[in-house]
Design a protein around this ligand. Structure first.
Ligand SMILES: [Zn+2]
Length: 76
């Protein structure tokens, strides 16, 4: 990488893919640097775990929003 290059490519510890930009800190141990997508997945996972015994409409709503953002609109 050339000196002075502002773009820093990092490897995500969670998915092992390269990513650019500020790393997010994993919620699992509060120190591992992961990519934005994995950080979203962890947040989502946490939300689902919190709601697993008492599923709420809000949790499902967030989940479907997340999926449609990542993978496109859900199809029947
Ligand atoms: Zn990742």
């Amino acid at each position: 990488m050339p000196a002075g290059c502002m773009v820093r490519v990092k490897i995500c510890f969670s998915c092992n893919r390269e990513y650019i930009g500020k790393p997010k800190i994993s919620r699992r141990d509060n120190k591992t640097e992961i990519c934005g997508v994995c950080a979203e997945f962890e947040a989502l996972r946490e939300l689902l775990i919190q709601n697993i015994q008492q599923p709420t409409e809000a949790a499902f709503e967030t989940f479907s929003q997340f999926l449609s953002i990542r993978f496109g609109p859900l199809r029947a």
